[in-house]
Design a protein around this ligand. Sequence first.
Ligand SMILES: [Zn+2]
Length: 470
Amino acid sequence: MTIAETADPDDVVQTLYLSLLGRAADPAGLDFLTQLVNFEDPAAVAALGDIFIASSEFQNSFAAGSSENFVRSVYFNLFDRNAGTDEVEAWTDRLDAQGLDRADLPAAVLEAARESDLEAYEAKLFIADYVTDQTERGGYLPDALTFPALRSNDELYADLNRLDAEYDTLSLEVVGASLDARPLYAATVGTGEASLLFITQQHGDEPIGTEAAMYFLDFLAGDSELARSLRDEVTVTVVPRVNPDGFARWEREVGGERGLVDPRLNNNEIDLNRTYDPAAPFTADVAPESVAVRELLARLDPDFVFDYHGQGNYRDAEGELDTMSVLWPTNTGVDPAIVDASKRAVAAIAASLEDYDYDQLTLYPGAETASIARNGFSLAGTPGVLVEQRFGQEMTELARGLDVDYSALISALALEGFITMQGLVEAAADGSIETLDPALAEQIPERSPSVRYADLYSDDSYGAEELLIA
Ligand SMILES: [Zn+2]
């Protein structure tokens, strides 16, 4: 979808806000402009761009300078990456020598964009739409539309401690340590009777849920009316990044090191998501991360536990990628009442994403294995739910040395994860998590067929050949 192809006036106006002003549309501006223009008429749409160019907000910006600066600004605003020298030169020439109007540059750049840029654009459009929407509703607004990179372990710990210092409503404790002696934190917000536990990144190279959780803690501990009312009803504990050692290994791979233990595993090469069979618990010398989670779960005895992971790319017949897959416990030994509770939570996740076109929610085709978290936790008496978000293949390619800026995609996926966390807490607060029909969960479609990374971005300038390195 590009601005030239889209018939949706909201998308056209939002794209102009994004590309020319570098921000999400304010609700009043969006309403005014979508009603002002006849979107069937290309000349009228082009004139709409002129309104932005003439605005004082644009005229006072970096983008109003030289053509080079304007091109750089449009690229960054649309795709969240720096334009290449050749791109800056080519578009500057179109503007200065060939008479391309500045107001028409965003559409022209989108028209010529490669696959990964279009994906970044769709991600940014989703974030901008979310921000416009929440501005109207008084909901949570992230500090910036996108964040530049995944948090390192040290940055994660610093950010958790900053939240702890900033908010009286959040308490932070160390609940264990990894094999490499990195702390495992649990952050708790709220004093309500309903109680939810979120854990993220048991697999070190599946970091999106951690980023989502950091948005979520910032929201839930904050002073919005919504957050205050949720805190009265629900107590939420989050353990972000259960496998920091694995993530550190992934970062070393990005830096060029080879021959390390798979970042998915802990330092003893244990898959932490195969350690939760209550009949065969792992010991702290083998998997201290797992012991920390299990002890916390036993101490808190929450109503639900949600386990956030990452998966690869799956694409349906229409060419849409699955963004998230979910599943309840499927081990036959789990009490049917617990299975139903987990399915109700899955239904709450589906409901939370209903307003967002960006999302494609499917069912994860998971095994019965008792040692998998959603099964093991449920066998031990707490309804468990698996949440998987895409970005697994991208993480693998980045570890192999691929040099692509995925900050827009990471930010959009983190926001998607955040929306599900907020939706679950709202459903726990208003009691709907107890009353939703479990059968709704079964209506979520099966996961789409897997698609090779190289097939996703075959037209990209960094070349499909490179992406096939095994
Ligand atoms: Zn995983």
